[in-house]
Ligand binder design. Structure first.
Ligand SMILES: O=C(O)CCC(=O)C(=O)O
Ligand SMILES: [Fe+2]
Length: 213
């Protein structure tokens, strides 16, 4: 439907598969993660469109006495901003349809990150700006482009020692969906570590409810 005039006839149509195939993994302390591989179809085409059309920005962070670029590019779409591709609006609607009863509200914002290659990364953190610092919530991540490991581990070192499974690792790209839920942002951390070797770029789209970041 949203094809870009590719010369290839067999290009996969852009769309969304069913969310009822989600697989939930309960984690410690009331956290959980849902995984839906290949949720968005035609994801490589969506990746190319977003890479081209999103006004990507470098974010500066203060580190000791100097400012450094964080190793990835970003663009945050607030609640009332139009999203940069129609399939992202459809994805948010579908996430609302599937999760609204459990979440008790809608997904409103979309944070986009571009990892240009394996040197781009995000360090261990929870999304704890806003209500997610104290309340259960959900963060839904659609991954486009080259697959990268998304890691999860308990926040507290005690829990990390007791958590027998160790760090969880989900390799996500090409339209895969991961939803972190329950207490996950407070009691668990996530990271996309640097990887060595030639690796293509990845875009992650994070849908979050109001005042969760
Ligand atoms: O790239 C990802 O999948 C994770 C991004 C993330 O954790 C964040 O921006 O808060
Ligand atoms: Fe995050």
């Amino acid at each position: 439907m949203y094809t870009q005039g590719s010369l290839l006839d067999d290009i996969e149509e852009i769309g969304l598969r069913s969310l009822s195939a989600n697989r939930r993994t309960p984690l410690s302390d009331g956290a959980w993660v849902d995984v839906r591989p290949g949720w968005m179809t035609g994801a490589d085409e969506v990746f190319a469109a977003l890479r081209e059309s999103v006004p990507w920005q470098a974010e500066r962070r203060r580190m000791y006495d100097r400012e450094v670029d964080t190793p990835r590019l970003l663009r945050f779409y607030g609640e009332h901003e139009p999203l940069p591709h129609p399939i992202l609006g459809a994805a948010r609607t579908e996430l609302d349809r599937h999760y609204a009863a459990e979440l008790g509200e809608r997904f409103t914002t979309a944070g986009l990150c571009l990892y240009r290659d394996g040197r781009d990364s995000v360090a261990w953190h929870g999304d704890t700006f806003g209500r997610s610092a104290t309340q259960d919530t959900m963060v839904a991540i659609v991954s486009l482009g080259a697959p990268r490991p998304l890691l999860l581990r308990p926040t507290s070192e005690t829990a990390r020692r007791e958590h027998t499974g160790g760090t969880l690792r989900f390799v996500v790209g090409h339209g895969d969906l991961v939803v972190m839920g329950g207490s996950c942002q407070r009691t668990w951390q996530h990271a996309v570590p640097k990887v060595s070797g030639a690796l293509g770029p990845r875009i992650s789209v994070q849908f979050r409810p109001h005042d969760v970041r």
